[in-house]
Every structure is written in C-alpha cells, then in structure tokens.
Design a binder for this molecule. Structure first.
Ligand SMILES: [Fe+2]
Length: 254
C-alpha cells in the first residue's frame, strides 16, 4: 500500500521524539511493518522547550542520520525500502513568524507546504490570523493535528474557511483510532464526515509512546470509507505535498 507519513519525530536527539539512533531504527521498523514507505522527519521547531531554531543545523543532523542509516542497510534490508525526507513541525511563535518572512524555515521536503502547529487553547480568530500570515508569505500551511485544538473541537466546521483559503488539514491517526481521548476522536471524525480532512499522519514520537503505526487506522478506515478516500488521505495527498503539487480534494475527485 506504500503509505506516506508526513508528520513524524524520527530525527533522534532533537525533541521529545526519538532519543537515540536505536529508537529511530525501531520506529522505522514499526512504520515499515504498518505499510509506510516514505516518512518525513518533522521535529519541533520554534518551541521554547527544545530550542531548534536553526534550519542549517537541523539539515546537518538529518544528513548525518541518513549516513548512519546507510550502515544498517545490510543488516536491516527493509531500510533500503524506506525513503526519508526532511521537514519540521513549526510552532507558531513570534520568532517563527519573523523567520517566515526571511524564508529560513524547513518546509516539507523543500516544497511550499509548511507544517504548522499552534498553541492548543488559541482562539479561532488567532489561528486564522497566523495561517493568513503563512499564506501571505507564499507558503501553504499544513495545520498539524487540527483535531486537537480547543477552538476546532468547539465547532470543526469553522475550519472550512481556512481550508477554502488554501490551508491543508492534517489529522493524527491516533486521534481517529481513539488512542488520544474522546474529544480528539470526536473532532477528527467530524472533520472527516464534513469533508474537511486532507491528510492523515502518525505524528509518531517514540517506539512505545505514540509509535509511527498506521496499521489499525488504515484497516478501520478502509472498512468504513471508500478506498479512494483512504488512499487520498494516506498516499495521494502526502505524495502531492512531497512533490509540491496541488492536492486532490474530495469534491474535485468526485
Ligand atoms: Fe508532532
């Protein structure tokens, strides 16, 4: 099925994701076994907690990871079938908005698509202002785990306006599976039902805590939704993002 995961924390030692190369190797195995063949490393950036603000330093670390993984390809042949890309999960801090104007941000695989997260309790009006700023800077915001924000949970249909402006809605697989609480699950399902879901990703953090596992969600969604929809969320749209092309919305493909 060659699933594509555009939101993961597999770059070791930079945030609350993989803590070591060994962690990354286990996460790649979990992802491979669940059908994933392409993954984007989207570490937290512009979040005070981790102090990752320099995209050049992160790029070096990613290149070092690719070299390290090369040496494991003989022992673990599945690594040869996994394509890894670099991106970031950009926290919408004042510093991020300033850096955005200078173009010093890590987009998803060098495309115009920029994964952006906001503070969980931010009002919808402010979420809107941030995303409009990202659009004005000529990037396409991919809103990270959109189902987890309080303002979206109050009324998921509010996201229609931002989606119409060009924002991309990413939902976490774990939320749809009900593994991160009933509010996240209810909101994720509502977004899906309203046709406001563009991409599903794992947001995989560590081998045991929030693993990058698509398996159960892919099967469950496949039983409850048309195959075309599931493929659009987990293969087609992620692939279009990586190649910097416009996405397929449900309406266009009908
Ligand atoms: Fe994340």
């Amino acid at each position: 099925m060659n699933l594509i995961d555009i939101h993961t924390h597999i770059l070791p030692g930079v945030d609350d994701g993989a803590q070591s190369l060994e962690n990354t190797l286990v996460m790649l195995r979990i992802a491979y076994d669940s059908g994933t063949r392409r993954m984007v490393a989207t570490l937290h950036m512009f979040l005070d907690l981790f102090n990752n603000n320099d995209f050049l330093e992160i790029r070096d670390r990613f290149e070092a990871l690719i070299r390290d993984l090369d040496s494991y390809k003989e022992k673990q042949p599945h690594i040869k079938e996994m394509d890894l890309y670099l991106g970031a999960e950009n926290y919408a801090s004042p510093e991020f908005l300033e850096t955005l104007g200078q173009g010093c941000v890590l987009t998803l695989n060098g495309s115009r698509y920029l994964l952006v997260e906001v503070s969980p309790a931010l009002p919808m009006s402010q979420i809107g202002v941030i995303m409009e700023n990202v659009l004005l800077a000529d990037y396409t915001p991919v809103i990270a785990h959109v189902e987890r924000y309080a303002a979206v949970q109050q009324d998921p249909t509010q996201m229609e306006r931002l989606r119409n402006l060009g924002c991309v809605m990413q939902v976490n697989a774990r939320s749809l599976a009900g593994a991160s609480g009933s509010q996240n699950k209810t909101c994720a399902e509502r977004l899906l039902q309203e046709g406001l879901l563009d991409v599903i990703a794992t947001d995989g953090h560590q081998p045991r805590w929030r693993p990058p596992d698509f398996q159960s969600v892919f099967q469950t969604l496949g039983q409850e939704n048309p195959k075309d929809d599931v493929m659009r969320w987990m293969v087609t749209n992620p692939r279009l993002i990586l190649s910097n092309e416009p996405l397929n919305s449900a309406k266009e493909s009908e």
